[in-house]
Design a protein around this ligand. Structure first.
Ligand code: GLP
Length: 271
């Protein structure tokens, strides 16, 4: 795992966008795993601006989202399908038929979950999976005690998650669906590369536990420690409780793989 600390949330999101752009340039038919949440909105804004300034081409790219609320149809503005169409897909040159989000209103959710796994396998697996982290320590909607080998399935949401996501439902946690369909921790770990973005002080404590604490099903994000190609990008506030930051900073400033990403702020247009 590598942890990269950027001075601001914007610079952290920008770095994530440029990493995605670099992978897409070297593999135009990239299979990209996507995430939702407030943190990702600036990543998508940067991707759109990079597409405009650099002519980034998404026409051969396929995407798989991590999760979807159960019982919320695609056209509902609270669905993650709606979020993705609104924040990214309709603003880039991707074919909507190549974008996959689990169907939260499928008549048979178990069959939908199995089919989602099948579609990912058929696409050749996910090349790069973008991740956020919930304050309950989840990746996707893999709430505490999610098996580290779990696959796409239904999951009940914790009160913490429903509380944190209430802002998108008019501030009322009771309006947040109780269940979601989510890729499993095992599904996520099968991706060739993981890229997690966490910003803001509210994530500092859980981020430190996920990155530097023991691997535990109580914090599904800690399973990232098992992955051989995993990058965690954070801003100063989210990095606050990390103990190993001097080493992480040294890596970013000295390792050749990071050279082209060190001076982004001056190099790219803001969205
Ligand atoms: C939801 C999503 C997660 C996301 C998390 C963090 O729970 N299922 O994939 O990482 O929110 O969201 P935010 O970026 O809004 O803090």
């Amino acid at each position: 795992m590598e942890v990269i600390i950027r001075p601001s949330a914007e610079q952290a999101a920008e770095l994530v966008a440029w990493l995605i752009a670099a992978r897409l340039r070297s593999k135009p038919d990239l299979v990209l795993g996507l995430a939702t949440g407030r943190t990702m909105e600036s990543v998508y804004d940067y991707l759109i601006s990079i597409q405009r300034s650099e002519g980034l081409d998404f026409s051969h790219c396929r995407t798989f989202n991590l999760d979807e609320y159960i019982g919320v149809p695609a056209e509902d503005e609270h669905s993650y399908r709606y979020y993705m169409n609104h924040h990214l897909f309709r603003r880039i040159n991707i074919d909507l038929a190549n974008t996959y989000v689990p169907d939260g209103v499928a008549a048979d959710l178990r069959a939908e979950a199995a089919n989602y796994e099948h579609l990912i396998r058929e696409a050749g697996g996910i090349d790069l999976q973008l991740l956020g982290i919930g304050e309950a320590g989840h990746i996707g909607f893999n709430e505490p005690l999610s098996a580290l080998m779990s696959r796409t399935r239904e999951k009940a949401l914790t009160p913490v998650t429903r509380e944190r996501n209430a802002a998108m439902f008019g501030g009322d946690p009771d309006k947040v669906p109780k269940r979601a369909l989510t890729m499993g921790v095992g599904t996520i770990l099968d991706s060739h590369e993981l890229l997690l973005l966490a910003t803001g002080g509210a994530k500092a404590s859980i981020l430190a536990k996920a990155v530097e604490g023991p691997i535990t099903a109580m914090i599904s994000a800690s399973a990232m420690q098992l992955h051989a190609n995993c990058k965690v990008i954070v801003d100063e506030e989210a990095a606050r409780e990390l103990k190993g930051r001097d080493y992480y900073d040294w890596i970013f400033h000295n390792e050749p793989e990071w050279r082209e990403f060190r001076d982004l702020a001056s190099a790219s247009p803001s969205p």
